[in-house]
Design a protein around this ligand. Structure first.
Ligand SMILES: C[S@@+](CC[C@H](N)C(=O)[O-])C[C@H]1O[C@@H](n2cnc3c(N)ncnc32)[C@H](O)[C@@H]1O
Length: 270
C-alpha cells in the first residue's frame, strides 16, 4: 500500500471466524463479490428471503458512495477522505473515484474486520501523488482513528468523513451520534460528512431481526429523522436527507427511481 506505514502492528479486533456471518462479507456477496464464506451466503439468503430488495439496496448504496465522492472531489474540492467501514474492496472504491478526478487525493480507510485488512493491503493501493492508507481500528474509538489518520491527513485542511452503511451497526443511537460528533469536531470548516444508513420498514426490520440471530455486528435500522440527526450543526447539501436512490440520481437514470430502505446525505461543516 502506498503511503506511510502504520504506526503500530495492528492486531485484529476479533479473529477471523468463517463460521459466523460478518457484514463485510455478506455485503460483498450482495454486491456480487466472491470474498465470502458458506455461512455468509446462508445468512445473506436468509435475509434476502424476507427482505428481497436488499440486493438493490446494496448496489444503490455503492452507487451513492460513487456519486458522493464525485461531488466531494469535483464540486466541493475536498482532497482528503477518511472512509470508516471500508468493506471488502470492490469496484469504484473511494480512492479510485477521488483520484480519478484529483490524483493527489489522500484516502485513509478504516475497518475492524481482519479479512478486510488482508484484502485492503493488497488492493487498496494508489500511486504518487496520491496516498492510500489503511488502519485497523474501531469506529467507536474515534481518538485512535484520528491520531493514526493524522499521519496521512492534514487536519488543518478539509476532510470528507465517509460513513457508508456502518452507523447502523452501532446499537445505541446516542453512542452513534456522539461518535459522529467527536469525529466531526476534529475536522476544520469546509469538511464534509457522507452517511448512508438503513431505515425502518416491515421488510428491513424483519431482515435485521433475522440477521441479528446469526450475524455480526448487529444491524439497527433507524428512522429518517434519526439519520438526519447525524448532520446536526452541518449544512446538508441538496437534495437533503433522502432515500439513497434519490440523492442526485445520474443523468442515465430514466423515469421514477425506486426508493430503498436506506437514507443518505452529505453535509458540510460551516
Ligand atoms: C455493510 S459494510 C459497508 C462497506 C462500505 N462502506 C460500502 O459502502 O460498500 C460495513 C463495513 O463496516 C465495518 N464495520 C462495522 N462495524 C465497525 C466498527 N465498529 N468499526 C470499524 N468497522 C466496522 C464492517 O467490517 C464492514 O466492512
Amino acid at each position: 500500500m502506498a503511503g506511510k506505514p502504520a504506526a503500530h502492528d495492528p492486531q485484529p479486533q476479533w479473529a477471523l471466524d468463517t463460521g459466523v456471518p460478518h457484514t463485510a462479507r455478506v455485503w460483498n456477496y450482495f454486491l456480487g463479490g466472491t470474498d465470502n464464506f458458506a455461512s455468509d451466503r446462508e445468512a445473506a439468503e436468509r435475509v434476502a428471503k424476507v427482505n428481497p430488495p436488499i440486493l438493490e439496496l446494496a448496489r444503490a448504496s455503492r452507487a451513492f458512495l460513487v456519486r458522493a465522492v464525485r461531488h466531494l472531489t469535483a464540486e466541493a474540492e475536498v482532497r482528503q477522505f477518511l472512509d470508516i467501514g471500508t468493506g471488502l474492496p470492490t469496484f469504484n472504491n473511494t480512492h479510485e473515484v477521488a483520484q480519478g478526478i484529483a490524483p493527489e487525493s489522500r484516502i485513509v480507510y478504516v475497518d475492524n474486520d481482519p479479512l478486510v485488512l488482508v484484502h485492503a493491503e493488497a488492493l487498496l493501493t494508489s500511486t504518487s501523488p496520491g496516498i492510500t492508507h489503511y488502519l485497523e481500528a474501531d469506529l467507536l474509538d474515534p481518538e485512535t482513528i484520528l491520531r493514526e489518520a493524522a499521519e496521512v491527513l492534514d487536519f488543518d485542511r478539509p476532510v470528507a468523513l465517509m460513513l457508508i452503511a456502518i452507523l447502523h451497526h452501532v446499537e445505541d443511537t446516542g453512542e452513534a451520534q456522539e461518535t459522529v460528533r467527536r469525529l466531526m469536531d476534529a475536522l476544520p470548516s469546509g469538511s464534509h460528512l457522507a452517511v448512508a444508513h438503513a431505515v425502518h420498514s416491515p421488510t428491513m426490520d424483519e431482515g435485521a431481526r433475522q440477521w441479528n440471530q446469526v450475524g455480526k455486528p448487529t444491524l439497527n435500522p433507524r428512522s429518517p429523522e434519526e439519520v438526519e440527526s447525524f448532520f446536526d450543526g452541518l449544512d446538508v447539501v441538496e437534495p437533503g436527507v433522502v432515500t439513497t436512490t434519490h440523492w442526485r440520481p445520474g443523468d442515465v437514470d430514466v423515469g421514477a427511481v425506486p426508493e430503498v430502505d436506506q437514507y443518505a446525505a452529505v453535509g458540510r461543516k460551516p
